[in-house]
Write a protein of this length. Sequence first.
Length: 344
Amino acid sequence: MYNLYNYSLKQLQDLLVNKYNQKPFRATQIFTWIYLKGVSDFSLMSDISKDFRDILKKDFCLVKPTIFKKEESSDGTIKFLTKLSDDNLVETVIMPYNYGNVLCVSSQVGCNMGCAFCASGLLKKKRNLETHEMVGELLLANELLKDKKITHIVVMGTGEPFDNYDNVMSFIRICNDPKAFEIGARHITVSTCGLVDKIRQYAKEGLQINLAISLHAATDEKRNKLMKINQRYPLKELMAATKEYVQVADRRVTFEYILLKDINDTEEDAKALAKLVKGILAYINLIPYNEVKENEFKRSDKSRVHQFLDWLTKLGVHAQIRKEFGSDISAACGQLRAKVKDNE
Ligand code: SAH
């Protein structure tokens, strides 16, 4: 059985043309029914011939995950655990920004990147999410929002999206497709810990999608300790690929920088950071760290976070402090899942 949610329009066209001897417009018809009209019953797809509807019934399905547990914050943030068909759970978050509803999507069950501060990596990668499972996270979110819709996507949940590159790209194409979710490319952001070869590939996708890079330290000495990936792709290589991305994709890049008390939040760190990003079309998102009970890292004091922003600004760096959501519900990224696991 093929799950229709697994295919971008182009991929579905290829499948229908090559395997079923259909014309490419069949795929457009199906997309219109399932995404624009929300119809999942093949017998209602009236502009598709009876014969092909029978084939659809026999060979295709529209299966999506379910919501296992949901928490709502007083600020409107909704976190839920998406239950996949093999009972794995991943975290999905809806954040109500003033400019739209942002969905934070998980791309893997667990993660192998092993960043020292991150809760997601505590659970080693079990497997990649299939495209249809990420589409499922989005469909479930839209159902929860009822009359409102998700307007922005950030692939910043559990997992390293560039370690699941092809599935994530198909998902993004479905998000972006005018015959599906029609979310503007500029409203879609993928965040990576720094897989250099994939950054180069992403630059050439020909879409106006955004790239965020988790930096978190401005010297190899510090970054090696915080992020295992830095031993494979040190800062020199990461920065070279980033510059190439900015040039080839003709896009600004975002650097994410978690502020960890006494680890990377001094004036010296701010200077090193400013030096590192000098000359790159970038801005820096300063992230107040969400403490995780499984490690010792502490969040920088609020005054230090503002001070750090000030240092950067004075050094001519574009930076902002990321708005926090849902601080009254399982604050840290990855903690909702961890909480359920404890009770298992
Ligand atoms: N693997 C990707 C995307 C997932 S994490 C990446 O590394 O970019 C999304 C962002 O949240 C990353 O910048 C990550 O470093 C950050 N993050 C992880 N744990 C966090 C925590 N406890 N508090 C705040 N941010 C965290």
